[in-house]
Write a protein that binds this ligand. Structure first.
Ligand code: ADP
Length: 323
């Protein structure tokens, strides 16, 4: 299985145009129009296109009537985006081959004339970012227990990528984590994923792409991407989950531009870490859980990638906090 993954076409080493995803269904555009009732219900909008609700027969994956069969999410790419096309190919090549309970399931795709679409399992609660930072006041705050469940799921997904598949995800952030109806978390969006180095602590060198606020310092400075660069992004997510503050927001009370630079010194005073926790979930966590989470977060945010834990170690540490 990992051998097939290592044959994945990389956008920086070949023309990236070969699609190799035998398990995926190839849809026609007409089928997609029927399944989404001509793109009638918008679920969300991202950088490269819009996501619509659709209905497919569970067994045959043929379009079905509204309200019957299974609900799917259909992402329709903006036609003019070259980067979008590359990321679409990367999504098919990686996600089309990977299967894990904490990775969103890609069911198929459509590539017809200029129409590029991706069909995913439906994630009822949408992206973690929408829940954590509640732009919509109707969204309930997520409890401490649920926050732990969400990060553990995402950590398991990353650990699987690192360990079984030698894949570096590269763009780990709250908006790329989707939640099902029971707050099970799944990683989506493999547009920037890369095959990792064969040796443990070595790196691949690549163009710097990703998201400000989450990208690891060594990667921003040198373009050297380590498996442990993902662990840094995970540390940023832990920080967001604890504090309810958003890494992408640039205006902070003391003028600091970066959430990590701002909070890291405070986090190391273990006594204070409880007061850093999101006031909206006040009272739901123990001092012990708060200080253990703060400790783990600091380890993930270590400047030198070698000093960060592996994602497998992160999963173990989070499971200990949960129990
Ligand atoms: P981005 O470019 O921010 O990564 P996407 O294009 O992947 O965003 O998705 C945009 C929005 O569409 C998400 O924030 C989410 O609300 C919704 N969405 C994406 N995929 C799914 C899915 N599988 N199920 C339900 N909603 C989804």
């Amino acid at each position: 299985f990992s051998q097939t993954v290592s044959e994945i076409v990389d956008e920086e080493s070949s023309d990236g145009r070969i699609l190799e995803a035998p398990n995926l269904k190839v849809f026609t555009f007409a089928e997609m129009k029927t399944a989404t009732k001509s793109f009638n219900t918008l679920l969300g909008e991202g950088g490269f296109g819009k996501v619509y609700k659709g209905w497919l027969d569970e067994k045959t994956l043929a379009p079905s009537k509204v309200g019957s069969g299974m609900i799917v999410a259909v992402k329709k790419l903006k036609q003019e985006s070259v980067q979008g096309l590359l990321e679409w190919q990367s999504e098919v090549n990686f996600l089309g081959k990977l299967s894990h309970p904490n990775l969103v399931k890609l069911l198929g795709y459509c590539w017809e004339d200029k129409e590029l679409l991706l069909v995913y399992e439906f994630m009822q609660k949408g992206s973690l970012e929408n829940h954590l930072f509640r732009r919509n006041p109707a969204v309930e705050p997520i409890s401490w227990e649920t926050r732990l469940k969400i990060v553990i799921g995402a950590a398991r997904g990353l650990a699987f990528l690192h360990l079984s598949e030698k894949v570096i995800y590269r763009d780990f952030k709250a908006s790329n984590i989707l939640l099902d109806g029971n707050y099970n978390s799944k990683i989506s969006d493999f547009g920037l994923a890369k095959l990792g180095p064969s040796g443990g602590d070595s790196h691949v060198t690549t163009r710097v792409m990703g998201t400000y606020g989450y990208a690891a310092p060594e990667y921003i400075a040198t373009g050297h991407l380590y498996v442990k660069s993902d662990v840094y992004g995970f540390g940023v997510l832990l920080l967001e989950m604890m504090t309810g503050l958003r890494a992408l927001d640039t205006k902070r009370p003391d003028g600091q531009q970066n959430l990590v630079d701002w909070l890291k010194p405070t986090l190391s005073h273990k006594r204070k870490s409880k007061s850093l926790m999101d006031a909206r979930i006040e009272g739901q966590y123990s001092s012990k859980a708060a200080s253990l989470t703060a400790e783990l977060t600091l380890k993930c945010l270590e400047h030198d990638p070698k000093n960060r834990p592996s994602m497998t170690e992160v999963v173990e540490a989070l499971e200990r906090i949960e129990s």
